[in-house]
Design a protein around this ligand. Structure first.
Ligand code: PGA
Length: 257
């Protein structure tokens, strides 16, 4: 059973240079040492993974932002879980809305999860609706994502999965974005837990951390963690500033259960 909240910075396609990536990662790691109630990770672009893996440790772990759904072979441009595993990659984000927008399907995401579990890398499965509607169909959209992406995951492996709820309409780069509220987060967290409980039983569902992501910063983090009940956060833009990311870690440390 998890105890610490998990804060994962999603750097997306940033920064431009390896030198900057190493500087930022080191600065965050130095800060993270102080916040022992929190687990911190940075999801970095593939090209930085080998070097950042050398810096990663207990205070700050390394995550990939994607992985191939295939084991090996003729898949130009892809990176396999077996390639990531020896590079100290502890987590990998899968099913991010920006990749789903490029055409990634639930069944491909299910393949990625299978590959990651086989190599002992914990998947961070992103789910989230593109719009909210008064008929609450957004709940069933997320349910379908969970059911289809977790299709091959046995109950015994569920505890290794992290779910990140990221309403696409609240992500910082979405056009005409709106702020999600702690209540939005709390409602969906409960619904995700209920769906997992229906799929795997209440005990197994209890062990799954549900993170919140979508314009998380040092100002709203406390609301999502306390009112929203999030088991962690997945900030994108704010994670590009070591200072802002540190502020989020500090808050998560302070509000720990
Ligand atoms: P954001 O990104 O914090 O910049 O909205 C979050 C994400 O897309 O993972």
């Amino acid at each position: 059973m998890y105890t610490k909240r998990l804060i994962v910075g999603n750097w997306k396609m940033n920064p431009v240079t390896l030198a900057q990536a190493k500087r930022d990662f080191s600065a965050i790691k130095k800060a993270a040492v102080q916040y022992k109630n929190v687990e911190a990770a940075i999801a970095a672009p593939f090209v930085f993974v080998p070097e950042l893996g050398k810096l990663a440790g207990a205070a700050l772990s390394l995550a990939a932002q994607n992985v191939s759904s295939e084991k090996e072979g003729a898949f130009t441009g892809e990176v396999s879980a077996a390639m990531l595993a020896p590079l100290k990659v502890r987590y990998a984000v899968v099913g991010h809305s920006e990749r789903r927008a490029m055409g990634e399907t639930n069944s491909q995401i299910a393949g990625k999860i299978k590959q990651l579990l086989a190599k002992n890398i914990a998947p961070i499965l992103c789910v989230g609706e593109t719009e909210r509607d008064s008929g609450m169909w957004y709940l069933s959209a997320v349910k379908t994502q969970l059911e289809e992406c977790l299709a091959g995951v046995p109950k015994s492996a569920l505890g290794r999965i992290v779910v990140a709820y990221e309403p696409v309409w609240a992500i910082s780069t979405t056009e005409n974005r709106r702020d999600a509220t702690p209540e939005d987060c709390a409602e969906m967290r409960l619904y995700i837990k209920k769906t997992l409980s229906d799929m795997y039983g209440a005990r197994a569902a209890e062990g799954v951390r549900v993170l919140y992501g979508g314009s998380v910063d040092e100002k709203n983090a406390v609301g999502f963690l306390v009112g929203g009940g999030a088991d962690g956060l997945l900030p994108g833009r704010a994670s590009l500033s070591p200072k802002k990311f540190e502020a989020i870690l500090k808050i998560a440390h302070a509000v720990n259960r």
